[in-house]
Design a protein around this ligand. Structure first.
Ligand code: GLU
Length: 303
């Protein structure tokens, strides 16, 4: 497996050489000032090894990658009941779009667009105080990563609360269709804090092992639910860039506007990549490039 380590180092070198970083998310003030010229990649393989290159021990804001963990927690709690409130279709719209909510009567397309993530978090909250739902998500993430050193950055959460008008608009629109059951400030507060979880690529790659079906991963999710989460990551994990990601990389993945990517090669590997500059879809620019290089180099595409 030294070949894989060499490949990661080569990919990291190439990414720094190309220096095509994009710009960090500007609408969340705490993220806007992050230096875009940063890159990390970690890969956990079926034989229990973890390989990394770049800044793999640096924590970053996982943002929408947290939607994967919130979905897993919610499926664990209420199972298929979730699907009466949120769909399983790609949206073809940006992550924070409100457009389809009107024509589809407050039923979000999938759990990974913001509207669907708010519904998912609302279902997880289900009348509890936000700290209990957050403890459930954080506990799950720590168990999946086998690391207690994973925390919520409350400055990032607060920073998003200040600028979160679109998410607030989505929440209120959902209420008008009876698809948000908790007070909106509680659901939004929980959502902003889950998005502000910080992890390293090593921790994130480890968290993905159970989705990749790797031996030795803590069994926090049934293989039935893992298959479904992978299917949603494949079709909806990169918003309106999901088709492009399938075309270039060919693996289930989930992005976040912090520049993180979790990518699953079923039965083979779990991959985490971070580079904070974004492309036009709001997905990591250099990260997506690195994912394509890794997929080409390893032949891990599921197609
Ligand atoms: N917290 C971000 C938002 O709600 C997450 C978006 C993302 O990472 O794609 O706007």
């Amino acid at each position: 497996m030294h070949d894989l380590q060499d490949m990661l180092l080569r990919i990291s070198d190439q990414i720094y050489r190309e220096a095509d970083w994009g710009q960090p998310a500007q609408y969340i003030p705490e993220l806007a000032s992050v230096d875009p010229a940063q890159f990390a990649i970690s890969v956990c393989t079926a034989d229990g090894q973890t390989y990394s290159a770049g800044l793999a021990e640096k924590s970053f804001s996982i943002q929408s990658v947290s939607k994967v963990f919130a979905l897993i927690a919610t499926l664990g709690r209420i199972g298929d009941q979730l699907w009466s409130r949120v769909g399983r279709e790609p949206s073809g719209t940006s992550f924070d779009s409100i457009v389809l909510l009107e024509s589809e009567k407050g039923h979000p397309r999938n759990p990974f667009v913001n509207a669907g993530a708010l519904v998912t978090t609302d279902a997880l909250l289900s009348g509890r105080e936000p700290k209990f739902a957050l403890a459930e998500i954080l506990g799950l993430v720590r168990a999946m990563s086998e690391s207690d050193d994973i925390h919520i950055n409350s400055d990032v959460a607060k920073s998003e609360e200040v600028t979160g008008s679109r998410n607030r608009a989505l929440a209120h629109y959902l209420i008008s269709y009876d698809n948000l059951l908790n007070p909106p400030e509680l659901t939004l507060g929980t959502y902003f804090h889950q998005c502000a979880i910080e992890m390293t690529t090593i921790q994130l790659a480890k968290a993905g092992r159970i989705l990749a079906g790797l031996d030795g991963a803590p069994r926090v999710i049934s293989s039935h639910h893992a298959r479904r989460v992978n299917a949603l990551m494949m079709t909806c994990g990169h918003y309106d860039g999901s088709g492009d990601f399938a075309f270039e990389v060919g693996l289930p993945g989930k992005s976040g506007v912090g520049g993180g990517l979790l990518i699953i090669a079923p039965n083979v590997a779990s991959v985490a990549i971070w580079s904070p500059g974004l492309n036009d879809y709001g997905n990591s620019k250099a990260g997506t490039r690195a994912a394509a290089l890794l997929s080409q180099g390893t032949g891990w595409s599921i197609f």
